[in-house]
Design a protein. Structure first.
Length: 320
């Protein structure tokens, strides 16, 4: 099973969110099931959908899968989709290199090279990406290993059985102002901060006329490049029979649901197909509750001043 569900107004985006190259492969013993879904945010000043995702696996790849989620921002609205489409082309042209990777170091080098190429693509695309960029999170999954390469505030969790419980294992660090190391790095660059009301993160900016940026790492946003760096962090974890599933998602999910809540929801869902869609519907309800109770306001929307709405959400659930 491989399902790609989209739930947003602009249906022309569907082709940009498809999962390529994943299907039955009788000669490949390593097979995964996955479910993916996108949900459009809402609210005053809400821009068109700026998330994206991509995946590739057998039969295009040998004994591995790669999934990516992207969370874009900025006035031109296209950064995440441009990067996502370029990553697809980059992977398609290098299928043999991916499949030939025999060590985690070769996989990491390949994914790092893809990010460098994607940033160069934005820089030389002919459009103004001075204020536009995207966070991105890659997961390379083989039978025995998961490698996460992350830039920005997307997150991924592995859910592992531990005796009678299932525990979430964080697979990547979040690059935003709630991360103290990132916060100190941004402050050392003489940026100004606009705090969230509950002090969990916020935005940094160098020009008070601009809304600023919430993530501290990613691709693009060249006006902020000395601070908004494209240097990913990498995490590697060995997989075994205790592992149940991996959830990758943009911050629109994790802002309103804890990893424990997400894991419980996936575990209790009757069918694998449709799990991602139902999960994002629940997250959408959480955004409505937050809007009704401003005491829990955490800062949402594409602009800093937007205080009533819900973020775009994209999630990929990989069943191990």
């Amino acid at each position: 099973m491989g399902q790609c569900h989209c739930n947003f107004i602009d249906k022309t985006r569907f082709d940009e969110l498809r999962v390529k190259g994943i299907g039955p492969n009788e000669q490949n013993e390593f097979k995964l099931e996955f479910d993916a879904h996108c949900k459009l945010g809402y609210g005053q000043g809400k821009r068109p959908f700026q998330d994206a995702f991509f995946g590739m696996g057998p039969p295009r790849l040998d004994n591995c899968y790669i999934f990516c989620v992207f969370d874009g921002f900025g006035p031109n609205l296209q950064a995440a989709h441009v990067v996502r489409n370029y990553i697809e082309l980059y992977f398609e042209e290098r299928v043999k290199r991916i499949s030939a990777c025999s060590s985690e170091f070769e996989v990491i080098d390949f994914l790092n090279d893809a990010l460098v190429a994607a940033e160069d693509k934005l820089l030389n695309d002919g459009f103004d990406y001075s204020m536009d960029g995207t966070c991105c999170c890659f997961a390379y999954i083989s039978e025995k290993k998961c490698i996460i390469v992350n830039l920005g505030n997307c997150q991924a969790y592995l859910y592992r059985r531990d005796n009678t419980k299932v525990k979430p294992i964080r697979l990547c660090q979040v690059h935003d102002l709630a991360n103290n190391a990132e916060r100190q790095r941004i402050l050392s660059g003489n940026a100004k901060l606009r705090e969230r009301e509950n002090k969990k993160g916020g935005r940094f900016y160098i020009d008070e006329t601009q809304p600023g940026i919430t993530a501290t790492r990613g691709i693009g946003a060249f006006k902020y490049k000395k601070l908004f760096i494209a240097e990913p962090e990498v995490e590697t974890i060995d997989l075994d029979e205790r592992d149940l599933f991996i959830v990758m998602a943009t911050d629109g999910l994790w802002d309103v649901m804890t990893p424990e809540e997400v894991g419980e929801f996936v575990l209790l869902h009757e069918e694998k197909e449709g799990t991602a869609e139902d999960l994002l519907d629940l997250a959408g309800e959480r955004w409505k509750i937050i809007n009704e109770d401003k005491r829990t306001f955490i800062g949402i929307g594409d602009e800093a001043e937007v205080q009533d709405g819900g973020d775009d959400i994209t999630a990929v659930i990989t069943f191990l």
